[in-house]
Write a protein that binds this ligand. Structure first.
Ligand code: FES
Length: 111
């Protein structure tokens, strides 16, 4: 099972999990109680699942759909390696995938 590593926004905490392929990063975060909200449940309508992908793994992940890029354009703290966690499906090829949580997220559905 591929290993996935989450690093807290300030870099002070790290958590590693071996997960079955086929789950999304958002599903993994929820399974292990990590602080990734995922307010829209993976519908690419919120960006509260924003994660920063380690450069070594960024190009191994299939390219984002236009809708994902559009949503990231509206997100705080975006970097070149930003992705939506609900759109990253973990595969064996992503063994060692390392993700950092962003400093903050904003739910655009909130008022
Ligand atoms: S959970 Fe809302 S965009 Fe990913």
């Amino acid at each position: 099972m591929p290993r996935i590593i989450f690093i807290s926004a300030d870099g002070s905490e790290q958590a590693e999990f071996n997960v079955p392929p086929g789950l999304t990063v958002l599903e993994i975060a929820h399974k292990y109680g990590l602080d990734i909200e995922g307010a829209c449940g993976g519908a690419m309508a919120c960006s509260t699942c924003h994660v920063l992908v380690d450069r070594r793994y960024f190009d191994k992940i299939p390219k984002p759909l236009e809708e994902e890029d559009d949503m990231l354009d509206l997100t705080f703290g975006v970097a070149k390696t930003s992705r939506l966690g609900c759109q990253i499906v973990v595969t064996d090829a992503l063994d060692g995938l390392t993700l950092r949580l962003p400093p903050e997220t904003k739910n655009r559905q909130e008022r």
